[in-house]
Ligand binder design. Structure first.
Ligand SMILES: Cc1cc2nc3c(=O)[nH]c(=O)nc-3n(C[C@H](O)[C@H](O)[C@H](O)COP(=O)(O)OP(=O)(O)OC[C@H]3O[C@@H](n4cnc5c(N)ncnc54)[C@H](O)[C@@H]3O)c2cc1C
Length: 228
C-alpha cells in the first residue's frame, strides 16, 4: 500500500499526541492498574482520532480502512499494550456494528459521543464459561413492551469500570444459539454518573499484563433499556 500525504499527516498527529499526552504517564498508569480513559479519549476525540473510519454525520472523518490501519499501526508507539487495546475496543470493537447497523437514534446517543471522546464504550461479549464459544452466552434480554429487560453477566470487560455504555451481546429468543442474538446499546450510568439500578461492577480484575487497562466483571439484574 502506498501511503499518501494524508496518511502521513494522520500518523504524525497521533504520534505527537502519544508522545505528549500518553507516554509520559504510562509507567504511573501501569502501576495504578488504570488509565484515565475519559481524559485520554477526549483528547483523541478532539483531534478526530476516534472516528477516522466512522461516518462524518456522527463526527467521524469518513475515511477508508487504510487510515484505520495507519491509526492501529501508530498506536504501537504507546509504551504498553493496555492503552492501545482499550482504544481499539472503543474504535474497532464496541462501535463498528453500531455505525453500520444502528438506528439513527442509537447512533446519535451512543456513536456520536464515543467518537467525540465524551463517552467511554465497552464491549460485553465474553462471559464466565463463554469465551471462544460466544454462541454459548447466557445473558438474556427479554422484551417487555418497548423495553428490553436484561439479566446475566459479563466477564473480562475492557474499560468496564469507567465505561458509560456497553455494546452488549444478549440472547433475545429461545431460537438456535447462532440465530438468537442481538447487540444492544446499554447505558451503564444514570445522570449522576452512578451505575444504574441493576448494573453491578462486581470487581476490577487483577491481570498479569495489560495492567493499565481496567478489566471488569459485570452482573445485570432486571436492567431495563428501551428498544431502538
Ligand atoms: C486483557 C483481556 C481483555 C479482554 N477484553 C474483553 C472485552 O472487552 N470484551 C469481551 O467481551 N471479552 C474480552 N476479553 C475476553 C476474551 O475475548 C476471551 O478471553 C477470549 O474470547 C477467550 O476466551 P477464554 O479466556 O474464556 O478462553 P477459552 O475460550 O476457555 O479458551 C482457552 C484455550 O482453549 C483454546 N480453545 C478454545 N476453544 C477451542 C476449540 N474449539 N478448539 C481448539 N482450541 C480451543 C483457546 O485457544 C485457548 O487457548 C478479554 C480478555 C482479556 C485477557
Amino acid at each position: 500500500m502506498q501511503l499518501t500525504a494524508e496518511h502521513h499527516a494522520l500518523r504524525d498527529t497521533l504520534k505527537k499526541f502519544i508522545e505528549n499526552e500518553i507516554n509520559p504517564h504510562v509507567d504511573e498508569w501501569e502501576e495504578k492498574e488504570i488509565f484515565p480513559a475519559h481524559d485520554v479519549f477526549k483528547g483523541m476525540g478532539d483531534l478526530g482520532l476516534l472516528g477516522v473510519t466512522k461516518p462524518e454525520e456522527y463526527g467521524g472523518m469518513g475515511l477508508d480502512w487504510s487510515y484505520g490501519a495507519v491509526v492501529a499501526e501508530t498506536l504501537g508507539h504507546i509504551k504498553c499494550g493496555a492503552i492501545p487495546m482499550a482504544i481499539g475496543v472503543q474504535t474497532d470493537m464496541a462501535t463498528p456494528a453500531l455505525a453500520k447497523f444502528g438506528s439513527d437514534a442509537a447512533k446519535e446517543d451512543f456513536l456520536k459521543p464515543s467518537i467525540s471522546g465524551d463517552y467511554v464504550a465497552c464491549l460485553g461479549v465474553s462471559e464466565v464459561g463463554s469465551g471462544s464459544d460466544v454462541a454459548s452466552i447466557k445473558t438474556t434480554a427479554s422484551k417487555d413492551g418497548d423495553d428490553y429487560i436484561i439479566n446475566g453477566g459479563k466477564m473480562w470487560t475492557t474499560s468496564g469500570t469507567q465505561a458509560d455504555w456497553m455494546c452488549l451481546l444478549a440472547n433475545t429468543s429461545d431460537d438456535a444459539a447462532h440465530r438468537n442474538k442481538t447487540l444492544i446499546c446499554l447505558p451503564l450510568k444514570d445522570d449522576s454518573g452512578k451505575h444504574r439500578d441493576g448494573v453491578t461492577v462486581a470487581r476490577k480484575l487483577k491481570k498479569l499484563g495489560m495492567r493499565s487497562s481496567d478489566t471488569a466483571e459485570f452482573f445485570f439484574e432486571d436492567v431495563r433499556v428501551p428498544q431502538r
